[in-house]
Design a protein around this ligand. Structure first.
Ligand code: TPP
Ligand code: MG
Length: 527
């Protein structure tokens, strides 16, 4: 038996248990303190037991891992060195916290006795993510049982802080992986069925963009049984949803006619004030969201469920459903008259022509709201977004992580979201992802909010950058072009996606876009 140092032993024990649990991908950032883990993962990767993704920027690394958890449904470990590297994981950990995503954060640390002594790259890493993780352990010694942390991943992110003392380098034995048996753990929250009894007939089902993490299939099944009008923040997953609800509900007169006796909300609604106002008008509300058990325990509702309940309800009357259809059709007519090269029409076109089987990632801010409002509901597209905290950070990386688990992926991003995560483009992996960047030279959403026109608006909110985004992408070795017409956009969306590419859709001014939206809303009061 060869001698194995403590750090190497701990790293190997952990890596072995991770592989045994059926985890297939790991995202590693360079550093010396994490050498034991990096090298152990590398040995496993050389044996074909796991795939390593390298990201020099820990922030992009964690978002890439988050994307991978979304597309593969499996936990993904991220590995980094000590010090500021750890804090760069924080944004993705928060997003994972608010979506119960199984991010397994493995941070390397110096031995605890060096804390508060002035030792280099040594800070208080223990519990640095606070309540954002479901399980934390500050680990030293040669072994650690992974049962609890792996089990906790069912409910969200987990942080293991690993104190590695020198020596950090192993012997070159690979025997530690002999006889390894992969038995994928089932990373699914336990189900407990309960019943939702509803007397109301004029009800509405509202489905938040990420469905609280519930699958499209289970939500569709539930929606079919309930048979109420459906407001879906993600119309590309629910073909029976009422098109343009967030648009026509912006008119108070329409809202008052369509005020329901009860609402069932699946997940959280974060996109439109109009939809949230309607939910507030309903005298009775039910919420279905697994996150009530983890991050949103104080959520208000007459009754809440952490799983899809069985239904005991009466059918909605035909005239109720017909009323919703009527407003949907009338608003569709208004929308079809919107100027061709506008952010609204671009969102509508992308949603209509994206081929079946292509996955779609949508960034926060206007892109996700424009698709919600202007798309015609359909199926065939797996959609993704970071709706936990709706950050404009990490969007390129999340999209690439998602793309890593799909054969072709389209990602629609705003220009600031794109610039914010530009280092996410650094990748030598074979990933098929095309970015469509809606370039309105700044934060277009702010022109649709009350601060529009305040003194200092452009400097504080609009934040124009004037940059050539295609040239920036090209400087990363990424194929990129700029387009200014619907015909070019259509081609960019339907062309097969091979490798990473960027198409910058240069649109009209943010002010003009806000005016277009305003004009659409105004027309809703007289439809
Ligand atoms: C990390 C982070 N910082 C700041 C914000 C606030 N914010 C919301 S939308 C937005 C502007 C986004 O601009 P862009 O991506 O170009 O989209 P657009 O509004 O133009 O559609 C900002 C800064 C945020 N959501 N996340
Ligand atoms: Mg913008």
């Amino acid at each position: 038996m060869e001698f194995m140092n403590t750090s190497t032993s701990l790293a190997r024990v952990i890596v072995r248990q991770i592989i045994e649990a059926g985890i297939t991908d790991v995202v590693i950032s360079p550093g010396s303190r994490n050498a034991p883990l990096s090298l152990a993962f590398n040995t496993a990767a050389n044996r074909g037991l796991i795939k390593i993704h390298i990201r020099i920027d820990e922030r992009t690394g964690a978002f890439f891992a988050l994307g991978l958890t979304k597309s593969t449904g499996r936990p993904v470990p991220v590995v980094c060195t000590s010090g500021t590297a750890v804090a760069n994981y924080h944004p993705a950990v928060l997003e994972a916290n608010h979506t119960n995503a199984p991010l397994l954060v493995l941070t390397a640390d110096r031995p605890a006795m060096l804390r508060r002594t002035g030792a280099n790259q040594t800070t208080d890493q223990a519990r640095i993510f606070g309540k954002a993780v479901r399980y934390f352990a500050d680990i030293d010694g040669p072994v650690f049982p992974m049962d609890l942390p792996l089990d906790s991943l069912r409910l969200g992110p987990v942080h293991l802080n690993l104190q590695f003392d020198e020596p950090l380098l192993p012997d070159d034995s690979t025997q530690w992986l002999d006889g390894i048996a992969v038995a994928p753990a089932v990373f699914k929250a336990p189900t407990r069925t309960s019943t939702l009894k509803i007397q109301a007939t004029r009800g509405v089902l509202v489905i938040g963009h990420d469905r609280g993490g519930l699958t499209v299939d289970e939500v569709r099944k539930f929606a079919k049984k309930l048979n109420w009008p459906i407001i879906a923040e993600d119309p590309l997953s629910f073909p029976d949803a009422v098109a343009h609800a967030s648009i026509f509900l912006s008119a108070p007169a329409v809202r008052s006619i369509l005020t329901p006796q009860a609402v069932v909300v699946i997940g959280r609604t974060t996109l439109s004030r109009s939809v949230n106002t309607l939910i507030g008008l309903a005298p009775v509300s039910f919420v279905i969201d697994p996150r009530i058990a983890t991050v949103n325990s104080d959520r208000q509702a007459d009754k809440s469920f952490t799983q899809i309940p069985t239904l005991d309800c009466v059918m909605a009357p035909d005239d109720w459903i017909a009323q919703w259809r009527k407003y949907s059709e009338r608003s569709a007519k208004v929308i079809s008259g919107v100027k061709e090269w506008s952010e609204a029409s671009i969102a509508k076109e992308i949603s209509a022509v994206i081929p079946n089987g292509v996955a779609l990632f949508i960034s926060s801010s206007r892109p996700i709201r424009d698709i919600e409002g202007f798309a015609t509901p359909r199926t065939g597209v797996a959609t993704y977004a970071n709706r936990g905290l709706a950050g404009i950070d990490g969007n390129i990386s999340t999209a690439l992580g998602i793309a890593s688990g799909h054969s072709q992926t389209l990602a629609v991003l705003g220009d600031l979201s794109f610039l914010h995560d530009i280092t996410g483009l650094i990748s030598d992996e074979e990933i098929n992802c095309r970015f469509i960047v809606i370039n309105n030279d700044g934060g277009g959403i702010f022109s649709t909010l009350p601060q529009r026109g305040v003194d200092g608006f452009e400097k504080l909110f609009g934040t124009p950058h004037g940059l050539d985004l295609a040239a920036i992408a090209q400087s990363f070795g990424v194929q990129a072009s700029t387009i200014t017409s619907m015909a070019e956009l259509k081609r960019a969306v339907i062309e097969p996606i091979k490798g990473i590419s960027v198409v910058v859709a240069k649109v009209h001014t943010r002010e003009e876009n806000a005016d277009t939206l305003q004009a659409i809303y105004e027309k809703m009061s007289s439809i």
